[in-house]
Design a binder for this molecule. Structure first.
Ligand SMILES: Nc1ncnc2c1ncn2[C@@H]1O[C@H](COP(=O)(O)OP(=O)(O)OP(=O)(O)O)[C@@H](O)[C@H]1O
Length: 249
């Protein structure tokens, strides 16, 4: 596991259970993880292993029942309301289904988090332009989501996630709804966001091609636990074996 000093995210012995009709179900079970600043970090595992839940523990979309979540050296479960607002500003998130506001233009979608955080009109206009340029969609500012392709929608979602200048971008299966070519264009944008802006990327995926194209480090989850963690440059063979085991493409 990485040196605690250069970790931007540290999960220590976190568990999370959900109430189900059949009783309590432990989706994340005593999991620990350290992610270095500036990393591109993949979380893989079989369906239902707890990957999305683990990701959502980082920005407290899910609160852990037990264990610690540290982001940028702060214990986030102990944050005040104002502290939590700051945390959310410093962590962007994108999803498989894009989650765009359908009745708002591309520009208004990207502006949304800035409005929540009280930016001025001029600041919003400048930042929306910058973020749309980062994802190569300057010419789509006035379009509505329904007029865009899947890849373009995901790029708008990335622009929106970047609006508040986060240091971390959480990605929950961001390319699972996309064809291979569009997937590549979205991965190129994510790579650029990592390399040019220095944003730490944490990505849940069931596609080994995504891991190979983007991730420097990977954690494997099984039954709510992190069972393995390795760097992708040192582990081509391991990656192939794990891909087979998980039935990943
Ligand atoms: N809010 C919830 N209420 C009840 N059960 C939940 C809830 N969220 C997740 N679960 C259950 O917890 C388990 C882990 O879910 P999670 O989505 O984290 O897994 P995953 O590894 O991301 O799976 P997939 O690859 O299928 O998305 C699953 O069995 C899921 O049904």
């Amino acid at each position: 596991m990485s040196n605690p000093d250069d970790s931007i995210i540290r999960l220590r012995n976190v568990s999370k259970s959900f109430a189900t009709p059949k009783g309590s179900f432990k989706a994340v079970d005593n999991a620990s993880l350290a992610i270095r600043r500036g990393d591109t970090f993949g979380i893989i595992g079989t369906s239902g292993a707890g990957k999305s839940t683990l990701l959502r523990l980082v920005n407290l979309l899910e609160r852990p029942d037990t264990g610690e979540v540290h982001v940028d050296g702060r214990d986030v479960t102990a944050l005040s309301k104002a502290g939590l607002r700051d945390l959310r500003r410093s962590i962007g998130m994108i999803f498989q289904q894009f989650n765009l506001l359908q009745n708002a233009t591309v520009a208004d979608n990207v502006a949304f988090p800035l409005r929540i955080h009280g930016a001025t009109r001029a600041e919003i206009a400048d930042r929306v332009r910058e973020c749309l340029a980062i994802v190569g969609l300057q010419d789509k500012a006035d379009a509505y989501p329904a007029q865009l392709s899947g890849g373009q929608k995901q790029r708008v979602a990335i622009a929106r996630a970047l609006a508040t200048r986060p240091s971390i971008l959480l990605c929950d299966e961001p390319t699972s709804a996309l064809d291979p070519q569009t997937t590549r264009s979205v991965l190129d944008v994510l790579k650029e966001v990592n390399q040019k802006l220095g944003v730490t990327i944490v990505i849940v995926t069931h596609e080994m091609s995504v891991v190979r194209a983007l991730c420097r480090n990977v954690a494997v989850m099984e039954h709510g636990r992190v069972v393995e963690q390795f760097s992708t440059d040192q582990a081509h063979g391991v990656l192939t074996d794990i891909a087979k085991e998980l039935h990943y493409a």
